[in-house]
Design a binder for this molecule. Structure first.
Ligand code: PEP
Ligand code: CO
Length: 404
């Protein structure tokens, strides 16, 4: 009989002694490109580790405090931007426009919800994408998929699709311009992105000498996506040791046990503002899946900020196979989200959207009356985004759902 003390325990949060920015390297990792030359990648990452950080420790701490207010229903987060960010001049132009959109939608939310809005962009680092398949067939040729401009190019040629580690540097310099642009535009919008290529993120993880804490200074709020959120994975371990507020997306395959283990790993001290869970269930699945997760997290005493991403569970193939999302489904999901949270005595902490600042036709609803109109201005590098009018309609629907 094993003595009870020898029974295997679930992994707890890594202690400061056991966590290091490189610790993820010994753990299972998914959704990574095949880099042609790992030494080249390491050399680029090494160079990156000597470049200035993009965000400041005090700004990051302040966001954590603001997210604590959001988790208590005293503030509301609007997180929005492209699915996949562009590089170079297009990124700064787009960031300026996104800043305007997030600010104006945020002002409306603040006015109508009677609580301050926290503006967050999918900006200044949203360059790497998880994909459902590693390869795709184009005109009879099997090509690696496009994984975001941090990795390769969308153009359907073997050369464009080859992973190139020097792209990490292009992304860094673009992110630096985007951050400068956001601060020129008057602040108020902080950065967030999915952490996927951990060589990049590790190089921008810096020690705060004053407190001995590690901060990821490529962004303010890093998140791990639904495809890379396995509890014992490199990606979750990487988040666990950071002083930043962190977020994890949870989709319909997430079990109660998995979500509780994510909470134990990322929020062992039950600190308000530390952990945001972004529900992205899909309008057909949310009522079946979300209630048990919220109940379990509430019972376990984690003061999680629950946000709703009503985009990623509602992607469908429209006419001609083009990826789209319908406003009805988006509004349906977020309305159920509000009901589920309130039904468990929790306030919705915010909304996560994919938006374009220009007049795109990628989602169906409002001025885009049917799927046949999608071809008019479909410009996304990855997932379909809401145009301004559609984003306005979603914000109006959130307000309506919050004040039934
Ligand atoms: C995304 O946010 O673009 C994304 C891929 O999300 P998810 O992890 O929710 O699928
Ligand atoms: Co997306």
């Amino acid at each position: 009989m094993p003595s009870p003390r020898l029974l295997v325990r679930r992994p707890e949060a890594p202690t400061t002694d056991s966590w290091s920015p490189a610790g993820w390297r010994s753990l299972p990792i998914t959704q990574q490109p095949t880099w042609p030359d790992r030494d080249e990648l390491d050399a680029v990452a090494d160079y990156l580790s000597g470049l200035p950080a993009l965000t400041g420790v005090e700004e990051i701490r302040r966001l954590r405090e603001e997210l604590a207010l959001a988790s208590a229903g005293q503030a509301f987060v609007l997180q929005a931007g492209d699915c996949a960010e562009p590089l170079g001049l297009a990124a700064t132009t787009s960031a300026r426009a996104k800043h305007r959109t997030i600010t104006s939608l945020g002002e409306r939310l603040a006015r109508e919800l009677h609580r301050p809005t926290i503006g967050l962009g999918r900006l200044g680092g949203q360059f790497a994408k998880p994909r459902s398949e590693p390869f795709e067939a184009v005109d009879g040729q099997l090509l690696p998929v496009f994984r975001g401009l941090m990795v390769n190019e969308p153009e359907a040629t073997a050369l464009a699709r080859q992973a190139d580690p020097y792209r990490l540097l292009s992304c860094y310099y673009t992110a630096r311009q985007v951050v400068a642009e956001l601060s020129r535009a008057g602040g108020g919008v902080r950065t967030s992105h999915e952490v996927l290529i951990l060589e990049y993120e590790q190089a921008l993880t810096r020690l705060d000498e004053a407190t001995g804490e590690w901060f990821l200074r490529s962004t303010h709020l890093p998140w791990v996506g639904d495809r890379t959120r396995a509890v014992d994975s490199a990606h979750l371990h990487f988040l666990a040791g950071l002083g930043n507020p962190v977020a994890v997306k949870v989709g319909p395959s997430a079990t109660v046990d998995e979500v509780l283990r994510i909470c134990a790993l990322l929020d062992p001290h039950r600190r308000p503002g530390r952990l945001t869970l972004i529900s992205r269930m899909g309008h057909r699945q949310i009522a079946d899946h979300l209630p048990a997760l919220v109940r379990a997290v509430v019972d376990a005493g984690h003061p999680v900020a629950w946000m709703c991403d009503p985009m990623h569970g509602n992607t469908v193939r429209g006419v001609g196979g083009v990826k789209t999302r319908h406003l009805d489904a988006i509004v349906g999901e977020l309305t159920t989200f509000v009901e589920v949270l309130r039904g468990h005595g929790r306030e919705p902490a915010g909304l996560h959207l994919e938006i374009a600042a220009d007049d795109v036709t990628e989602c169906v609803g409002a001025s885009v009356t049917d799927e046949h109109q999608l071809g008019r201005a479909y410009r996304s590098l990855c997932d379909p985004r809401l145009n301004h009018e559609q984003a306005d309609a979603v914000v109006a629907a959130v307000v309506a759902a919050m004040h039934p």
